[in-house]
Design a protein around this ligand. Structure first.
Ligand code: ATR
Length: 287
């Protein structure tokens, strides 16, 4: 029941109407018996700093940050976690003395999602498709978890080179090799973990995949699409048709939320509760 002691968390971004984050956090609050509500806050362009100041004044416990404010919000924080600062993107604000501290739970969320499916990054050879915000986070995760090599394939070479330089610079080794998507036939003839981080195949373009060539998919033992809508992307179908295991990004969404909830409330969410929230997310998506 909402009463005089209810704490508030929320999401700032633009747009925010289609967010599934309230499902995650309000379910967790209910399950944990926390007196907390989570609501979306649409923020107009140019008003992020004002929104963060206002949230602090209103005693808001924590915020998630989504598109297009994940880097802009960093100017409004009193402190930023080291990995989030390296990545240059913050998706979670935690209330501290004098202001909010920024974290990037997208990265750890992806890691926890992969762990929950038994996928490792340590020592792995990885193909990463894309060089936008989502793919960048995945590239940093590969660096943080000591992947042995990452072939980063993108439509435009300049962005691929930029992400590769940033990640290689941050981890002090030549981990990421930038390539053009169209050069995928030049990939070594071996089996890879492939992470699909482009926006190609996102609903309503369910029938699109960033690469169609069946020969490419023969090189993939496991395909992880960061997209979760549709639930089974064309990329995942192509991976499965070629004999690989395929996963979508819904567990990444789940665990980035759980990670944020844990930071806000200083609790550890059990796998049993995570499974319950995952079921609710699926139902909210009409599955
Ligand atoms: P997100 O936040 O989802 O990562 P983004 O930062 O806009 O979104 O990045 C979108 C990614 O999808 C980029 O890697 C983009 O390639 P470019 O850097 O060349 O723009 C990729 N992408 C989008 N549409 C594409 C298409 N039709 N073919 C190939 N790649 C595409």
């Amino acid at each position: 029941m909402i009463n005089g002691k209810t704490r508030t968390c929320g999401l700032i971004g633009n747009p925010v109407e289609h967010t599934l984050s309230p499902v995650i956090h309000n379910t967790l609050a209910e399950e944990c018996g926390h007196n907390l509500v989570y609501v979306p806050f649409p923020v107009e362009a140019g008003r992020v700093a004002e929104a963060v100041r206002g949230a602090y004044a209103l005693d808001i416990l924590g915020l998630n940050v989504t598109v297009p404010y994940k880097s802009e919000v960093m100017d409004a924080l009193v402190e930023t976690d080291e990995l989030a600062a390296r990545i240059g993107a913050v998706n979670t604000l935690v209330r501290t003395q004098g202001g909010y501290k920024g974290y990037n739970t997208d990265v750890n969320g992806l890691y926890r999602a992969m762990l929950s499916e038994g996928i490792r990054l340590e020592g792995e050879e990885i193909i990463l498709l894309g060089a936008g915000g989502a793919a960048r986070s995945a590239a940093f995760l590969c660096g943080a978890k000591n992947a042995s090599g990452v072939y980063l394939l993108n439509r435009s070479m300049d962005k691929a080179v930029q992400v590769a330089d940033e990640v290689n610079g941050a981890f002090g080794r030549k981990l990421v090799h930038p390539m053009l998507l169209s050069d995928h036939p030049k990939l070594p003839d071996q089996k890879f973990l492939a992470i699909q981080g482009t926006s190609v195949g996102l609903s309503p373009h369910d029938e699109d995949a960033v690469i169609e060539d069946a020969a490419f998919y023969k090189k993939i033992h496991t395909g992880f699409d960061l997209i979760y809508k549709p639930f089974t992307t064309r990329f995942m179908k192509l991976v499965a048709e070629a004999g690989g295991k395929a996963y979508n990004g819904l567990k990444m969404l789940l665990y980035q939320g759980i990670d944020a909830y844990e930071l806000w409330n200083q609790v550890k969410i059990t796998e049993e509760r995570a499974a319950l929230v995952y079921d609710k997310l699926r139902r909210a998506m009409g599955l």
